[in-house]
Design a protein around this ligand. Sequence first.
Ligand code: ADP
Ligand code: MG
Length: 696
Amino acid sequence: MQPKTSPLEISARFIKGVGPKKFEVLNRLGIFNISDLIYYFPRRYEDRSNLKPISAVKTGDFETIKGRVLALGKRRTRKSMIIFQLAVGDHSGVIYATWFNQPYMEKRFKKGDEVIISGKVELYKRRELLVVDYEILTEDNQDTIHTARIVPVYPLIQDLNQRAVRIIMKNVLDKYVQYLKDTLPLDIRKKYKLFNLQNAVKNIHFPASFNYYDKSRERLVFEEFFLLQMALAARKYHTKQAAVGIKHSVKKELIGSFEQLLSFKLTEAQKKVIVEVENDMKSPRPMNRLVQGDVGSGKTAVAVYALLLTIQNGYQGAIMVPTEVLAEQHYINFSQLLVSLNINLGLLINGLNQKMRQKTLSELSSGKIDIIIGTHSLIQEKVEYKNLGLVIIDEQHKFGVSQRGLLKEKGLVPDCLIMTATPIPRTLALTLYGDLDISVIDEMPRGKKPIATYWVSSSRRGSVYQFIKEQLMKKKQAYVVYPMIEESEKLQVESAVKSKRYLEENVFKGFSVGLIHGRMKAGEKGRVLLDFRDKKIDLLVATTVIEVGIDISNASIMLVENAERFGLAQLHQLRGRVGRGSSASYCVLISDVKASEASQRLKAMISTADGFQIAESDLEIRGPGEFFGTRQHGLPELKIANLTKDLRLLELSQREAFDRIKDDPALSKPQNSALRDKLNSSFPGLKLEDDNRAAG
Ligand code: ADP
Ligand code: MG
């Protein structure tokens, strides 16, 4: 049956108060139909509900009064400002309400009008009310919008004012709220005593009281999270149930021989996670596991173990990383680590020449390559695998979430391991990774010393250089990182190239200074990394390409120029490039920034080395949208829920959602059918069907 179009889909153009011009402005805000309008929520509220007798208003305060217009008029000041004033009186007294430079106001009022006026009280020759908003009451309309209530303030752009939007909203709500269908199941609404949808929507725009506002917001936040968690729960359930994945079998000796390859003993945390991964891989269901572990916690070892396991079972493994530098590093390190095992590695990055690329592609499809290491080149269409058994995504926080699915489609149903170094706050983890099983490496390899972090002004750069020299004399190595230049990698590279020349010809004469940046050809970056690792380079000048994953344990000091230009998570990642060996390490942030958001970031950096704490601060300072930097992060766009504040509701909604899917996986019970339709329309990929057989 074709569903009737809902009145909520009617164009906003047809609302009273919306002309062609306003419609065009609304479009710029992403508002096209009635429903868009209804879900365009206020940014904040002003309490103008407390009407005061005129004699009781206080100078300096924001007040709202009600009275009758006794007189009106305008005049021009000596400075050529036009002042329009009403004399308004009630039973207690008279006050002048003042507008500046709005002569047209005169036409809107007449003597005898009953008005409500909100504004700030100032004392000039007499007390005046500097008008912020007003309302004229008529016999048949005593229902105020702009005054005498808690008034919504909308996020606006140019060409649209609060009054206009409030009037439009009021019209829309009065007429269309009745068509909103509540899809939040009744049992949940009852259990948590949540407002019904219509009530919540009305009161989120025009709250009857702050208590009503709180209840309305709670309801809408819950629902927003709940729908999201339902989608995650359904996805998780159906990947687990329906798909038949690869059942790896484990030969006993693998872990033993693996440990022999390593130059260190695995930490208990690494062992625990390896067991979790192994259990997933042994099961016939596809693995979907996220491994979280702070920078330097040793995630690579877990990855290598999983790769060996899939190869041992006759499959290919793929590991996808966000940067070419990291791909080259993994390639070099894996080659050396696995040299005794007769395993074929391949490298697939953008800069490869045509011939190499063709060779790699054909060896991948013929099955000659056992492990392929690459950037997002790996998910390009032309790449074919013979029998992909395991996909690993390293440093996943640098990819968008959508990339996650794509590589998987290359194999039948390969196992999937996702590794993320940026510990992310729990709210984000629940929203982003709710459909994954999670392992945490919560222990750092022993013997690592904390990194001493300093924030200094550029005037002290000279003494920092001196300190770096002392490190170099001790046969340690250093990074100097050049700042991000928003939107232009080219400029960033240029500044790094110039500085490299300056440093090697002046400050660090006699030392070997190297350079690494994103515009080098394939292979070149790997060579520089090798030279750095083999200590042929003492000091490496770098752009942000070294931000994630780079692992040179003898590097003991890092200097970051213009540190204020980096995000907090990014600084934490960068800092993680040192402190990987057993000697004392340093990170010096150079920045002249004064009080600002950037200085909060730098303060957080010098106060803790704990990635989770850093992540929490970052979320607080920047909010979730910015948390992952400018790159696509895959976070859903939240209309009202706040990932910094609403953890409790998020956790509740998650529990309810997962329970519900467990109880009714395809949502085919009658009480869930409205919810199912809502989910299918909000998450087109989900395709929950009203058919018990399809649910499997
Ligand atoms: P990350 O979790 O940041 O990816 P890596 O896997 O690159 O960390 O490991 C960081 C460094 O620590 C590497 O040099 C690695 O060889 C070393 N390492 C990993 N596990 C251990 C361990 N159990 N004991 C000592 N060193 C380890
Ligand atoms: Mg890593």
